[in-house]
Design a protein around this ligand. Structure first.
Ligand SMILES: [Zn+2]
Length: 275
């Protein structure tokens, strides 16, 4: 079993009780699957109350040494929300902020998040963005999360900002590959890779995704910007691990390339200490 860091999972933050119960579940599952550490963010469903829920979320995570909290930016909270996030970013166990680009109608270079990005950059934390397809029923704007060049622009504007693009812009992995190649401050996670579509027949997206991934990864000189992520509880961690294991075997990835993806890149980007 390889050492693994999961850079993308979610917890319920509607109450202290729910949050703690779900974090318990996350940690016991981590134990079973050999996952050493994880970056956790709120589920942030419709009606998410940023001011109340982030507070209790950070409190719950700070008691758990293997977990780091990723704050969720709620675009509807305006200046109060921004101020609140800036305060929470001062806490050590906070890894950074996740922006729901696409679900929210702004791109990564939007002025409305500039102040938050300044603080993330100054503190060496991580700006995580939703990239790629969104849930089908959402009234989202795909141009804010499916345009690889918007993330190239962000990386050029802020070469010292640590950027994590969730989901490798699935299903457009190949369009993201040159952006990763050129900008070494952009990383991507592989979360949501296989559970998004019907996997029960041969010609489904899940059947082809390994070719898309192989194509995009073959373009890159190394695997130094790719990280394991599950998207728990929306996706099953064990299937993700099994998928990657067989993918690495099929395409002959060496141990160093695999370990970069399983944990080393996440360890470096998020500053996890492995004793
Ligand atoms: Zn997610």
């Amino acid at each position: 079993m390889p050492l693994i860091i999961d850079t993308h999972c979610h917890t319920d933050t509607s109450s202290l009780l729910h949050c703690d119960a779900m974090l318990d579940a996350i940690e016991s599952e981590m134990e079973c699957h050999g996952i050493f550490a994880a970056v956790v963010m709120p589920l942030a469903p419709e009606g998410f109350d940023q001011l109340k829920e982030l507070e209790l979320f950070v409190q719950c995570i700070s008691r758990r040494s293997r977990l780091k909290s990723m704050l969720c930016h709620d675009a509807t909270t305006g200046n109060d929300g921004t101020r609140h996030i800036l305060e929470l970013l001062e806490i050590d166990s906070v890894a950074g902020v996740k922006f729901f680009t696409g679900y929210d109608s702004f791109g990564p270079c939007d002025d409305s998040i500039a102040q938050i990005l300044d603080s993330i950059e100054k503190r060496g934390k991580v700006a995580k963005f939703h990239t790629g397809a969104t849930a089908r029923t959402e009234r989202s704007s795909l141009r804010f999360c499916c345009d690889p060049y918007a993330f190239d622009d962000l990386a050029r504007l802020r070469p010292n900002l640590k950027i994590d693009c969730a989901h490798f812009m699935a299903p457009n992995h190949i369009s993201m590959a040159p952006v990763l190649d050129k900008n070494h401050n952009i990383y991507t996670d592989l979360s949501g890779l296989i559970d998004s579509y019907d996997r029960n027949h041969e010609n489904s997206y899940a059947g082809f995704v390994r070719y898309r991934l192989a194509d995009a990864l073959a373009y890159l000189p190394d695997t130094n910007q790719i990280m394991f992520g599950s998207d728990f509880p929306f996706c099953d961690r064990l299937s993700m691990i099994a998928f990657l294991d067989s993918f690495f075997e099929e395409y002959g990835y060496c141990e160093e390339q695999r370990n970069r993806i399983w944990y080393k890149n996440a360890q470096e980007l998020y500053g996890f200490i492995i004793s």
